[in-house]
Design a protein around this ligand. Structure first.
Ligand code: DUC
Ligand code: ZN
Ligand code: ZN
Length: 466
């Protein structure tokens, strides 16, 4: 069995920071021992990685990606191959992507299609949530089967009427089912029926530029939907995970629910923490690069998101990685913002941007690892296999240089998309080496992985009670 020792670094997990050497054997963490002790000195290994002056952190867990998802009249530009390779470059070693039920179709059919897309193509490990686009007697029954085979979370949409939308009755039924089978409902909380009225009115008044996407998707309509989702989950007796929270009033709804002791959880994304409606209002059609839903908000909302992350009102930061090229894809919405495919690239940037948040004092180093690795692994039944560095865990390990400087650019990123939402942003900190189950995928800034190394991960149920 091949053995690797990573020595001299600061090992950071969600709970500890220790100067320790890490012994990896057969793809798993075999032992940790304080650096310089006789125990660590006695280890023999085939490979030795010098992490002096570096952080040794768990591989990132990005619990919200959409590789090659058909959406908005086109398809997300990263395949499982290009998207998981970019994830590896950015220190993310697990993604949880969304299989999609088609309207009139079965969950089985959707899930099998996504298994086939990913099989043999991924550079890092992957799992699936299921998007419920058609809640009916038969799909409700199928939810039980999916939970038993390791697809334990289901996304519902209060937005996108005619595409993914579920009404309150369908939502309540799905929540009741999840309450009984251990599944977790993930909610896209925006009042899509009201938003569609505002879209129609904006277009009729000639307000067609990308910035109006942010205007019509009102804060109040995110907050209202979040409140309604919480109350429906409460009635159903089911836990609730609200995805891509962007507005301060939505954070307040989640905080109020948690204060009452309800099992309600929240996720936000780097775009809401680092970008704003200023980007949507960039001149010409540039704002299209920043069209996603929930939308970017005025900068003032960011403080509530950071506070929420510090106070555990929000537990997870994932990317909602859903890249569309500016050329030929975002351009579908020239002259009509409602036709701009919704989504931003980001799977490669999340770990670095959140490290930047440590540098800027928004969060601690341990909270960085919690929201980016440990909490998403626990939320979706993958802990402690993923999300930590401890004996028995998969050896998904990143050697991270906290002092290296970098500038984000589409010219140097590895995502299959022709722009970066963070073009020109200076960051302190950079991924140096990445192991996936003990196998190097990035070796001192060089990609050495391969499509097909990544394995499918059946998951357990949510490991948080509240
Ligand atoms: N929001 C996006 O921006 N893209 C994909 C789906 C979603 O809900
Ligand atoms: Zn969504
Ligand atoms: Zn999404």
């Amino acid at each position: 069995m091949s053995r690797t020792v990573i020595h001299g670094g600061l090992v950071i997990t969600a709970s500890d920071e220790i100067h320790a050497d890490v012994l990896v054997e057969g793809g798993r963490v075999a032992a940790l021992a304080a650096h310089g002790t006789a125990a660590a000195g006695s280890w023999t290994a085939d490979r030795s990685i010098d992490a002096t002056g570096k952080y040794v952190i768990p591989g990132g867990v990005d619990a919200h990606t959409h590789m090659e998802m058909p959406f908005g009249g086109t398809s997300a530009a990263d395949t499982f191959e290009t998207g998981t390779r970019a994830a590896a470059w950015g220190g993310t070693t697990t993604i949880i992507d969304f299989a999609v039920q088609s309207v009139g179709g079965s969950l089985r059919g959707g899930l099998d299609a996504w298994y086939a897309k990913a099989d043999g193509n991924c550079a890092v490990d992957y799992a699936f949530h299921m998007i419920l686009a058609d809640v009916n007697e038969s799909s409700l029954k199928e939810m039980d089967l999916l939970v038993s085979e390791g697809v334990t979370s289901f996304k519902l949409f209060m937005a996108y009427p005619g595409v993914f939308y579920s009404d309150d009755g369908q939502i309540l039924r799905a929540m009741q089912r999840a309450g009984g089978n251990g599944g977790l409902i993930m909610m896209h909380a925006e009042n899509g029926i009201a938003i569609d009225v505002l879209v129609e009115q904006a277009l009729a008044a000639g307000r067609t530029d990308p910035r109006y996407h942010g205007d019509v998707r009102k804060v109040a309509l995110e907050a209202e939907a979040t409140h309604r989702a919480v109350q429906l989950a409460r009635v159903a007796g089911a836990p609730l995970y609200v995805v891509h929270v962007s507005a301060d009033e939505a954070v307040a709804e989640i905080a109020a629910a948690r204060h009452k002791g309800l099992p309600v959880f929240g996720e936000t994304c780097p775009q809401y923490l680092f970008l704003s409606t200023d980007n949507l209002a960039e001149p010409g059609f540039e704002g299209a690069k920043y069209v996603c839903s929930t939308p970017l908000r005025p900068r003032e909302h960011q403080e509530a998101l950071w506070r929420g992350l510090r106070n555990d009102e929000l537990q997870v930061v994932s990317t909602d990685h859903c890249p569309f090229c500016f050329s030929g894809q975002k351009e579908l919405g020239r002259g009509d913002f409602s036709k701009i495919p919704n989504g931003l690239p980001g799977v490669e940037n999340r770990m670095d941007l959140l490290h930047q948040a440590v540098v800027e004092g928004h969060i601690s180093r341990r909270r960085w690892i919690d929201i980016a690795c440990a909490a998403p692994a626990r939320m979706f039944g993958l802990y402690p296999k993923k999300g930590t560095i401890a004996p028995g865990a998969d050896a998904d390990i990143v050697v991270y240089d906290p002092h290296a400087e970098q500038v984000i650019s589409a010219r140097t990123h590895h995502m299959n998309v022709d722009y970066s939402a963070y073009e020109g942003k200076h960051l302190t900190g950079r991924v140096e080496t990445v192991l996936s189950r003990g196998v190097p995928v990035i070796d001192r800034h060089t990609y050495v992985g391969r499509a097909g190394h990544g394995a499918y991960l059946p998951r357990g149920t949510c490991q948080f009670t509240r």
